[in-house]
Design a protein around this ligand. Sequence first.
Ligand SMILES: Nc1ncnc2c1ncn2[C@@H]1O[C@H](COP(=O)(O)OP(=O)(O)OP(=O)(O)O)[C@@H](O)[C@H]1O
Ligand SMILES: [Mg+2]
Length: 452
Amino acid sequence: MAAIEMKHIIKKYGDGFPAVNDVSIDIADGEFVILVGPSGCGKSTLLRMIVGLEDITDGDMIINGQRVNEKAPRDRNLSMVFQNYALYPHLTVYENIAFPLRLSKTPDADIDKRVREASTLLELDDHLERKPANLSGGQRQRVAMGRAIVRQADAFLFDEPLSNLDAKLRGQMRTEISRLQRRLGITTVYVTHDQTEAMTLGDRVAVMKKGILQQIASPRELYEQPVNLFVAGFIGSPPMNFLPAEVRGDGKLQTPLGPIALTTDLQRQAVQGHDVLLMGVRPEAFEDAKLVDPDKRDKGDVFNAQVDVTEWLGNEQYAYIPFEASAEIRDQLRDLSRELDSDQLRTQLIIAIDSTSRIRAGRTADIWVDTRRMHLFDPKTGVNLTRDEQAGARLTAEVEEERREEMEEARNMPLGEAPDVQGSSSGDGSVGARDGAGSRSSGTQEAGSRRV
Ligand SMILES: Nc1ncnc2c1ncn2[C@@H]1O[C@H](COP(=O)(O)OP(=O)(O)OP(=O)(O)O)[C@@H](O)[C@H]1O
Ligand SMILES: [Mg+2]
């Protein structure tokens, strides 16, 4: 088990360009942290510096209280699972999992015990004698994880481990990784450029852009209280809508949709000193005005708009509403969508409306917007002027609490189909789930005896 602290980490490659620029992140023992951001933002570089595969130009990498900048990868006792699983094709599943233990000359009986524990946990018992070529992508993924598990590493590091899999399998593996991480209680850092993966897996998500950490918070905090335009646009699918908004004297904003009232104190404070702002509203903050409860209706504003396209998906419905924006705003949205690796930010509104709504394409409709959920961004700096820091912190604290509870539950729960491994945590360093979770919550430091 390990806590990982990164302090002002900088990485400059040969050309002097900072691929990672002054990143500081504290990862708690047992925490699941995701590094996410567009291609080239420095995620893999940061991960490789944690493991020791890449030199650190400046800053401190601290694992379990010890600075490890100069330590070789094998002395850091971390386990990395790559995108291509690097399995040995000529070895059976059993031998692939056992590989690191053979390398470290672990006695056969120990190897057998640990491999079988891991394979049970990963539901690979029926495949131990097969070769990797005869396995599905998901099974191969699990073998790679099995290898990481038997090493009894202090932390798991994943670099886009699911990007080779099809969408369905990716979903399944996501659930499995998440379940496994909870059971083992092993500190995990996971790199992905997929915001859905980031949102569903992590306790906290670190959003990076061009080597710089933008925000690290629970998925919910990122979603509801993003620090800036970049995080707001990156997190959420379909993405947040951005509209130019002129500040009027009467407590309203002039938008391409019409005047919209400022409803919260934060919003009224945010507009001080600004003429033009960028308004951000998530698709689900809109509704077909006909379907809004009368008592809820005055919590927001209604505008009339021409609907371009509707998409009815059974359980939900989207409507697309184009709007006019100045050239300046269009440029800004274009830049932002380039930064986000996304072509979704256009000068059209995407709104999520009730699936029973009869709003139809090509007609005008009254649309209600929950103005309490409107964010206002400084168009020059991208800073979210309406961010409620305390509300955000509460959202992340809740997740921390949930994680502790879940770990506790996992510790008290039988391992699904797997046999009870409680008896195996007898101080021999075996990596039974209860062993993992137990050592973490009781704070006993078994790491030393777990070294491979
Ligand atoms: N060995 C290297 N030498 C020089 N520059 C490098 C090297 N490796 C990466 N870079 C540069 O550092 C930056 C960060 O790269 P990194 O691989 O960390 O990005 P990433 O966020 O993992 O992207 P992706 O999602 O595409 O994997 C990029 O601009 C990349 O071109
Ligand atoms: Mg990468």
